[in-house]
Design a binder for this molecule. Structure first.
Ligand SMILES: Cc1ncc(COP(=O)(O)O)c(C=O)c1O
Length: 390
């Protein structure tokens, strides 16, 4: 069958491919430690679930406005103002079917074929493939592991070309957990504005910060608003990955363009999930703090244990729920690359991790600690055994 050329530019997300391989083993009854999933292991909090149930019982089950109901947009904008000091109007907000949809729409609406899109490595897989899908060139900007994979304005300045149209900032970062320093973020935004380049701020993990750091959004600095597009998500913050609610905060022209696209593709986000999202954003936030406390404990434990494995180094993940250890010492002991490492680790020790090459670096694997402490303990021990057996 002859498929469209544009679909051949992208491939199935490798994060999903590893999950499938682990799932097959599990179906055969194997005790797999799965460090693959990029989603919270907590259930959606009760108050949010109840708001969804109430929406069904009150027959809120029909089409809604394409860009989301006004009450939800208002809740998004007001929470962003409370948390980050931003000043968005509801007309600058669009509700999407997850943060990924927000990002896809932004690329589709704002990027032309042949444009350069700067993506710092390591990066979340979808940025590169979405860029390719819309015909743009992903330009990978290597961040330094010794510097904790943090993006800086100085690095960015060297990478900008006349063709650069958009820069991706994802802080805290998936997969490295790196957090861009607040002052540095401002310098990055200044540079983007000066050079008339869009800055996409993916805030999917904005609330997952450790060591008492306060969440930050460049959207809270109105002087850069003409060039900043915030992509947000309720998926991780409220353990709502399956509900599919995300949003964008962006200049009205972008919002209107994305609305047009949405009106011909997905139509409105799920009506029931929108009601649940209002409760998530306006209701009690205790569950968010509780989940964060638990992640903080796991993070400390896993980073310490990983660093204790001979031949493993691990940069400090300042946020999100991933560790991104460097396992390249195994390449001197018969392992070819990060994919080979992941495949052999799954085969021999039944531990699923995501190979770094899925994120644009080959010396690492991603370990999600959004799983129980018991599972983490078991998995890290197996990883230790694997490394020492090579
Ligand atoms: C960096 C990053 N951005 C955005 C998303 C999108 O999440 P969702 O579409 O569930 O809102 C993810 C999900 O894994 C992510 O890791």
């Amino acid at each position: 069958m002859k498929l469209a050329e544009r679909i051949s530019r992208i491939s199935v997300s490798q994060t999903m491919a590893v999950g499938e391989a682990a799932g097959k083993l599990r179906d055969q009854g194997v005790d797999v430690v799965d460090f693959g999933p990029g989603e919270p292991d907590f259930p959606t909090p009760e108050n949010i679930k109840n708001a969804g149930i109430e929406a069904i019982h009150s027959n809120f089950t029909k089409y809604t406005p394409v860009g989301g109901i006004r009450d939800l947009k208002k809740a998004i904008v007001e929470k962003h103002t409370r948390d980050f000091g931003s000043k968005y109007d509801v007309s600058e907000c669009l509700v999407n079917i997850g943060g990924k949809h927000a990002i896809f729409n932004i690329f589709a609406a704002a990027i032309d074929e042949g444009d350069d899109v700067i993506i710092p490595t390591p990066y979340w897989v979808s940025f590169a493939d979405i860029a390719r899908f819309v015909g743009a060139n992903p330009v990978f900007l290597h961040t330094s592991e010794a510097d904790g994979f943090r993006l800086t304005a100085a690095m960015l300045e060297k990478a900008i070309t006349p063709k650069t149209r958009l820069v991706v900032a994802n802080s805290p970062n998936n997969p490295s957990g790196a957090v861009i320093d607040d002052d540095e973020f401002i310098r990055i935004a200044k540079l983007c504005k000066q050079r008339d380049i869009y800055l996409l701020d993916d805030e999917c993990y904005a609330y997952f910060l450790y060591d008492n750091r306060k969440p930050f959004s460049i959207g809270g600095h109105p002087e850069f608003r003409s060039h900043v597009m915030v992509a947000g998500s309720l998926s991780k913050t409220y353990a709502m990955t399956g509900w599919r609610i995300g949003f964008m905060l962006a200049p009205q022209e972008i919002v209107q363009a994305c609305l047009k696209l949405q009106s011909h593709s997905t139509s409105n986000p799920n009506s029931i999930a929108q009601k649940a999202a209002i409760e998530a954003l306006t209701g009690p936030q205790d569950s968010v703090a509780e989940m964060l406390r638990e992640y903080a404990k796991r993070r400390q434990f896993i980073v310490e244990r990983l660093r204790a494995i001979p031949g493993v180094a691990c940069a400090e993940p300042g946020g999100a729920f991933y560790a991104y250890p460097n396992i390249s010492s195994a390449y001197r002991k018969g392992i070819k690359d990060s994919l080979d490492f992941s495949v052999k680790l799954l085969e021999r020790q039944h531990v699923a991790v995501v190979p770094g090459e899925a994120f644009g670096t080959n010396d690492h694997v991603r370990i999600s600690y959004a799983t129980s402490m018991e599972t983490i303990e078991k998995g890290v021990k197996r990883l230790h055994d694997f490394m020492t057996s090579l």
